[in-house]
Design a protein. Structure first.
Length: 451
């Protein structure tokens, strides 16, 4: 089960020019915990491959950049699947998720959705606020009484402020998960509305969900409908991401932790601005790739030939970007990245031997050798500037003679993978099943490490 880890932290920011600056804290949470119980219930109900993509999409809406109705939309999708699978527990947990507080970047309250949900079971439900937020001021410096400060269907501000139907006493402690506090989505005693006809929501929009620092994006939000259907969806999702990346520049707006490709470089959003890490000399370039054994995509450094081969293997046509003639594919490698280079989890180990007919097996064995080597490393291991590795499942880069470690998203682990259409390996965050499948596809035996 993939759980995206977004560790709660408090950032102090000077917000006043006076002699005593106003300190504003960022209120966050481990967002993956908000849907973990729902995902477990979904798997138990037989949701299989459909559970995790909806779970990841849902908890990503708790990030500060999400729109006011994205959380409700995600809850609708969680609830619709629960009804389809006849799981009352999934329905209840979706109702509680709809009321989970969202992250606040500057200690202010989060606006309420002003659109009715698709499922009647969500009617009248809205998110609580975290106790550390200013309950009199909402995002955008909107005072109570202004647009979005009163939940849909109510005519007056909440009393107590920051409360929600599942926790009518008021806001909840910063970073707390509502699902850990209650099993009753309407603890205030309000009767739930009559059950409505099941509405199966359409697949969520396929995007690279904001995530904690990681090379691999969380599983794509297009749910798998069974069998190997997700493979084609993964290929198309990778194409869509690569097409999107063509339009990005260093100045494109981004969300903290968001990963992308800008030009040929891997880029991550830091402080509201993309920071790039070069993939190295051509023919290496940054690209989105489809996972093999699970719904989703990864973003890493590879070659265009390797990316095209992996996407084509899913059944997706149109090359790396999905264009009919593939005319934009080379842009991924040729467009210069204009952001300042900085350490980021993206690396490709270049080949040191010439390409031969058996390079795929050699690539698989090289990946195994690297993974075996990584198993012996620690954060204190000696390293060379710019060297990339995996340390205890996390991506690591040598900075000033010491490994700087960046954790992969929950359920993902750092691993070396074989390239497909050229000599070499790549280092990225992936699932162990996907990594094993890629190494076995190269003809290498003995698992991820060759043992």
């Amino acid at each position: 089960m993939v759980q995206l880890s977004a560790v709660a932290f408090l950032g102090l920011v000077a917000a006043s020019a006076s002699a005593s600056p106003l300190l504003v804290k960022r209120i966050a949470q481990n967002i993956a915990d908000s849907t973990a119980k729902w995902e477990q219930a979904c798997l138990a109900a037989g949701g299989s491959q459909r559970c995790n993509p909806l779970s990841v999409t849902a908890f990503s809406t708790l990030l500060a950049a999400a729109g006011p109705c994205e959380q409700q939309d995600a809850a609708d999708n969680l609830l619709s699947l629960g009804k389809e699978l006849n799981s009352n527990l999934m329905v209840t947990l979706a109702q509680i998720f709809a009321q989970q507080p969202r992250n606040s970047p500057n200690s202010v309250a989060i606006p309420y959705c002003q659109t009715a949900p698709k499922n009647a079971e969500l009617a009248g439900l809205f998110q609580c606020q975290f106790a550390g937020s200013n309950q009199k001021l909402f995002v955008g410096n909107v005072a109570v009484g202004g647009a979005g400060t009163i939940p849909l269907g109510l005519s007056a501000p909440l009393n107590p402020a920051g409360s929600c139907p599942a926790n009518p006493a008021g806001p909840i402690a910063d970073g707390t998960q509502l699902v850990d506090l209650t099993t009753n989505p309407r603890a205030g005693g309000s009767a739930p509305p009559p059950a409505a006809t099941t509405i199966v929501a359409p697949p969520a929009k396929t995007t690279a969900a904001p995530a904690k620092t990681t090379v691999a994006t969380p599983p794509a939000s297009t749910p798998a409908t069974g069998g190997g259907d997700f493979k084609l969806a993964n290929g198309k999702a990778a194409q869509a991401l690569n097409a999107k990346f063509l339009s990005l520049t260093a100045d494109s707006p981004c969300t903290a932790g968001e990963n992308a490709c800008i030009g040929s470089s891997f880029a991550q959003c830091v402080g509201g601005k993309f920071v790039a890490q070069s993939c190295g000399a051509a023919p290496l370039t940054c690209a989105a790739l489809p996972l093999v054994n699970a719904p989703g995509t990864s973003i890493t450094c590879t070659t265009l030939a390797d990316a095209a081969a992996r996407i084509a293997a899913t059944g997706a046509t149109g090359g790396v970007t999905g264009s009919d003639d593939g005319e934009n594919d080379n842009t991924l490698a040729s467009a210069p990245a204009t952001t300042k280079a900085a350490p980021a989890p993206a690396a490709t180990t270049p080949a040191t031997t010439p390409s031969t007919g058996g390079f795929r097996l050699a690539n698989g064995q090289d990946a195994q050798a690297l993974n075996a080597k990584f198993a012996t490393l620690s954060a204190n291991s000696a390293c060379t500037a710019g060297e990339n590795a995996c340390i205890k499942g996390s991506f690591a880069q040598c900075v000033n003679g010491k490994f700087a470690v960046t954790g992969c998203a929950g359920g993902l682990t750092c691993v070396a993978l074989p390239l497909v259409n050229s000599r070499g390996t790549s280092i990225t965050c992936d699932t162990t099943d996907d990594a094993l499948a890629r190494i076995q596809a190269a003809g290498a035996t003995g698992g991820i490490t060759g043992a």
